[in-house]
Design a protein around this ligand. Sequence first.
Ligand code: GLU
Length: 421
Amino acid sequence: MCGIIAAASTRNVGKLLVQGLHKMEYRGYDSAGIALHQNESIAHLRALGKVQILEDMMVAEKPKSKLGIAHTRWATHGEPSEANAHPHKSKDSVYIVHNGIIENYVELRDSLIKDGYDFTSQTDSELIAHLLDYYLSQNNSMIDSMYLAKAKLEGAYAIAAIDIKDDKNLVVARNKSPLLIGIGTDEMFAASDPLAIAQLTNDFVFLEDGDVAEISAESYRIFDDSKTEVTRDITRIDISSQATSKGDYRHYMEKEIYEQPDAVSNTIDGRIGGEDVLDNIFGLGSSELFSKVKRIQIVACGTSLHAGRVAANWFSSIAELPCQIDYASEYRYRNPHVDENSLIITISQSGETADTLAALNFAKEKDYLASLAICNVPTSSLARESDFVLFTNAGPEIGVASTKAFTTQLAGLMLLSAVIG
Ligand code: GLU
């Protein structure tokens, strides 16, 4: 899953959107694109490869617009190509960007083809534009069309959509894929990653699964899964732009290697006193719960799985407890047996790793004593959905090869094995 950024403003947003795409480049992507509302028409630019190519196209065309959506794509359905890059459109009127996977896309696409829609990409995402157009053409509002589309869509999605007939509002929807609103002055944003808009605002509203929101330069309205208008908390986070610039280092990975001593201190600081790990650093009631733990299950992916493998040795040597470790992507398919008094530990830098979240959701149906997450992002889905959490406080890790995120996970897991021991 890659990046979404959208803006409704009283000033031109093209440049802001491309800057936001640059901020999300660290996540990896294969293509980028943008759709900008220009009253009579929508400027639609897409490029295979670097965001810089898209930026050069923008410089050449200079589209002016106060409402737009943009995307970096990490292909899941259809090869990386310009035709498959987002935004996707329906009849030059509805434009969408999508992160995630639509699981029932074959069935929905076939039925839209029968309704006369032409498909120009191989993606699972394009059908969202046609589905919205289909409902809009039956005189539904964009919000209502999004709810009607949502009722058909199976899978994970963060979506942002604009319609040629409305140059003021954009509509977004979230299900199992991160999405937030950023509140500016005379402008509002939506993004899948707070870093994309960190230079524009410090005030974020994190959407929940099932939410749909309508966003204009002046205001936003959020509706929950049952279409009831809701108020969600505004979270103030100061993600300083310094944390996301290279400074004097040649590249982010070098910078982050040198940040490790500070990052590890940040993980441990305030959590140990004298020789002991302090009580309840994993959350209220955690120390009491740990005394009951008889067995540990770890699930994670990639680098976090490696941190888990190291920690599995500590749980057995320091805490003297049996510990099983699984790839998060495989855990739920092996019909795991859960012994009494087992603790499930999930590890993820971003706290948005889809397989780890799916493993946690699966584990909630099982008889675990509790779930505990080791994670770097306080506002992440994993942090919100776990019973107990330890934040690693590593700061943003931009380099693709993990450095301080890994070492701080180890520090957190060492605290955990010590306290359980
Ligand atoms: N599944 C969509 C595609 O392949 C979205 C991928 C993404 O999240 O970037 O185009």
